[in-house]
Design a binder for this molecule. Sequence first.
Ligand code: NAD
Ligand code: APR
Length: 249
Amino acid sequence: SSTEIQRLATLIRGARHMVAFTGAGASTESGLPDFRSSQGLWRRVPQHMASLAFLERHFDEFVAFYHQRIAALEGARPSRVHRILARWEAAGWLKAVITQNVDGLHQQAGSRRVLPLHGDLRTCRCQRCGRTQPSEAFLSHPYCGCGGRLRPNVVLFGEPLPAAVWEQARGEALRCDLMLVVGSSLEVYPAASLPELVARRAAAGEAVLAIVNRDPTPLDEEAGLVLRGLAGDVLERVDQELARLESNR
Ligand code: NAD
Ligand code: APR
């Protein structure tokens, strides 16, 4: 509603340290499917194909599955969502984007402080010598010059998140006074424990959790503001409201 749009624009202008927390819903307009909504990937493919166990036991099938996901990236371009968040960072309103996405679209849109909790599908690494290279290598020949097997640089289910990125993201969740969730079901842990942390800080009056999502999430009740709808539409309307408020200064 327009009052919610106005409320979010006012919160953004008044925020000391706003961070975004994005999920697959931030990239569906770029043509990349999400995971758990009605069109989600896990409705068609079993989620365990993105697990460490599957990589170890069924390497050829794992390679075929990730071939499709890497190939899908080639046609994907940043959407309104990625571009608006990059512009809000350049304007000084947004300090960091914590993302569960592995598509690199925030970086391509120009966001500078991006914390990719689940890694980066655009690069792969050798499981033996650790050398990193573009994912095209994984597509053509999933073996390293040293003889080791290559794998995508993404967090698989059952793996720990990269510690340095996790610590930085947790620091942002602890210091922000506004967290804007964009396009996440908030069902996967430990990623979702960051918006959860902000919800607890909000209960103590230290921060506000705002959620922009097409479907309900488990944190909606604890959020200070929930905008149900398509992220591109919502962020575009908030961006216009920000411009209007700025011009009336
Ligand atoms: P899990 O126990 O394997 O998840 C925890 C581990 O997976 C952690 O070690 C973490 O590093 C890793 N991980 C976390 N997020 C990841 C991600 N985005 N991509 C790849 N790996 C990731 O997995 P789980 O326990 O089966 O699921 C974790 C949460 O997700 C649970 O809260 C569960 O409710 C929820 N979940 C929801 C659905 C669904 O369809 N709604 C399906 C499976 C799990
Ligand atoms: N606008 C707003 N919300 C959207 C849009 C959109 N255009 N498209 C999808 N959504 C919402 C869906 O309603 C859904 O609730 O985005 C949410 C996406 O949730 P998931 O599919 O669970 O994706 P995500 O939250 O990123 O999943 C977390 O799970 O499988 C792992 O590694 C994977 O990083 C991913 C993690």
